[in-house]
Design a protein around this ligand. Structure first.
Ligand SMILES: [Zn+2]
Length: 163
């Protein structure tokens, strides 16, 4: 009982001191391509557009990301931020740490999807839908095919279809 109270207290502290609560607003992070000159033709790159999206991370909860996409005027090639790609996949709003956490809770700790929702809400101050959790599980499955780290012998549940 005391341990449960302590756990609830720590979750409240986590929420209270989340980055957006401390700053009083959702933090905005800027990401730039590491190239200033086109590696193909040597032309100076210009910023083609700044793309904004919301990203959910386990550590910082909700953040706004502004990606400054550069383009070569001569060969039209576009250059994106490689740092942003290390944080979150293209066309995805949940960072890799969320994907890994969902996978860990689902396949290693064998939590139900509703429990994962509760953990994300209480511990990481993130609202996440049932469908999104399933999508993240699938993303982890696809990533594991590309970069295998999870073995079928150790975690057979990972390789069974989620209902
Ligand atoms: Zn070029």
């Amino acid at each position: 009982m005391a341990l449960a109270n302590l756990s609830a207290l720590l979750q409240d502290v986590n929420k209270q001191y989340s980055l957006s609560n401390v700053l009083g607003k959702i933090p905005v992070l800027h990401f730039h391509s590491e190239f200033n000159i086109c590696p193909e033709c040597g032309t100076v790159l210009i910023t083609q557009k700044v793309k904004q999206r919301t990203v959910f991370t386990k550590v910082y909860s909700e953040i706004k990301v502004k990606e400054h996409i550069k383009q070569c005027k001569k060969c039209n090639k576009k250059y994106y931020s490689s740092e942003l790609l290390k944080l979150v996949q293209k066309h995805c709003n949940y960072s890799y740490d969320c994907i890994v956490e969902v996978g860990k809770l689902r396949y290693i700790k064998k939590r139900q999807i509703s429990e994962i929702q509760e953990i994300f809400n209480n511990k990481y101050d993130l609202q996440i839908s049932y469908t999104q959790i399933r999508r993240l599980c699938y993303k982890l499955y696809v990533l594991n095919e590309k970069y295998p780290v999870i073995s079928i012998e150790k975690y057979p549940l990972f390789f069974t279809k989620i209902e």
